[in-house]
Ligand binder design. Structure first.
Ligand code: AMP
Length: 309
């Protein structure tokens, strides 16, 4: 099994921080307010504050959040990681129905094996916090699809991933969480990776009976601040409705409401479930039972990865 990595991180490049959608839309749509950090010319590749935390404490969640934050910002994401000797960079896709625990596994895999977690759903959720005047029509429409539990149109989502090649190029690897979700997105990902002369190492497919999925989704609570995820029975916060990590208020995601859950499950069955076959035919599919605790599921995941050539 690979060793944890993250030993050297370069500063983000001093570019205008923007998030945009799709090549077809030439104007940048989400100007971000934060100015790029000033670089000390006397210091070579200083690690950012949150990565300094990571260097001293690899299990700290903050560092994973920081990587994901770079993913949100798209254009300025330039998280370069040097692998520890003997470690390998995993480039993987996570598949599985909503609520199967992909996000939790993504965090564990990211902390322990190093690939950056790249969640398209998180990009949309981050965009939701912007003032409506800062969103393009495509993004506003995307958020409406999301609210109803429907899939966002392919071109919008593909555009988001395509505009973040630095995240796909990360020497530490990547973990695509929630993308691809349709055959068209899978083909687009193949083309993007071909352009970057890269290949996927594995597609992890998490399987769980439907009744357990519904129970997980309806009990899920998410921190409105740092996005940490809890569950009312299996992972409750110390104080009801308050985030242990940042003190933020815990909320039910709009798409975790019962009516949206039904729509999401239908969308999954119709569009995403067939992707398992797509990747099975390419010899990439690794099926993992998603029952038990996150740690049990992680152990199965790690064992399955170790067993692969
Ligand atoms: P997730 O957090 O991955 O469950 O995504 C939340 C919501 O964002 C989904 O229910 C969709 O509305 C939207 N979304 C995220 N990723 C995609 C994708 N690859 N294709 C279409 N819609 C997506």
């Amino acid at each position: 099994m690979a060793m944890p990595k993250q030993v050297n991180v370069t500063q983000p490049r001093a570019r205008k921080p923007v998030v945009s959608i799709g090549r077809s839309m030439s104007k940048a749509i989400l100007p971000l307010k934060a100015a790029p950090p000033k670089r000390d010319p006397n210091v070579r590749n200083p690690p950012s504050a949150s990565h300094r935390i990571l260097l001293s404490c690899p299990a700290k969640m903050t560092a994973t959040k920081h990587d994901r934050n770079a993913w949100f910002k798209g254009g300025i994401a330039n998280c370069q990681v040097t692998l520890a000797p003997g470690a390998r960079a995993y480039r993987m896709v996570l598949l599985g129905a909503p609520g199967v625990g992909k996000g939790t596994q993504a965090e564990l895999i990211s902390e322990r094996l190093g690939p950056c977690q790249l969640s398209t759903g998180d990009v949309f959720r981050a965009a939701k916090t912007l003032d409506p005047s800062e969103r393009t029509p495509a993004l506003t429409a995307a958020l409406d699809f999301m609210k109803r539990g429907e899939l966002v149109p392919d071109e919008t989502v593909i555009g988001i991933v395509r505009e973040r090649p630095n995240c796909l190029r990360c020497p530490g690897g990547f973990l695509l969480d929630g993308f691809p979700r349709t055959a068209h997105q899978a083909e687009a990902l193949d083309a993007m990776l071909k352009d970057l002369s890269m290949k996927l190492d594995a597609v992890l497919s998490y399987d769980l009976p439907i009744d357990q999925i519904v129970s997980r989704l309806s009990g899920r609570r998410t921190c409105g601040g740092c996005k940490a995820v809890y569950h009312v029975t299996t992972k409750p916060p110390k104080v009801a409705d308050v985030c242990d990590a940042c003190g933020g208020k815990l909320i039910v995601r709009e798409d975790d409401r019962p009516e949206a859950i039904r729509v999401r499950m239908e969308a999954y069955e119709k569009s995403t479930a067939p992707l398992a076959n797509y990747y099975r035919k390419r010899g990439l599919l690794v099926s993992i039972a998603a029952e038990g605790s996150p740690e049990d599921i992680y152990k199965r995941t790690a064992a399955a990865l170790t067993a692969r050539p």
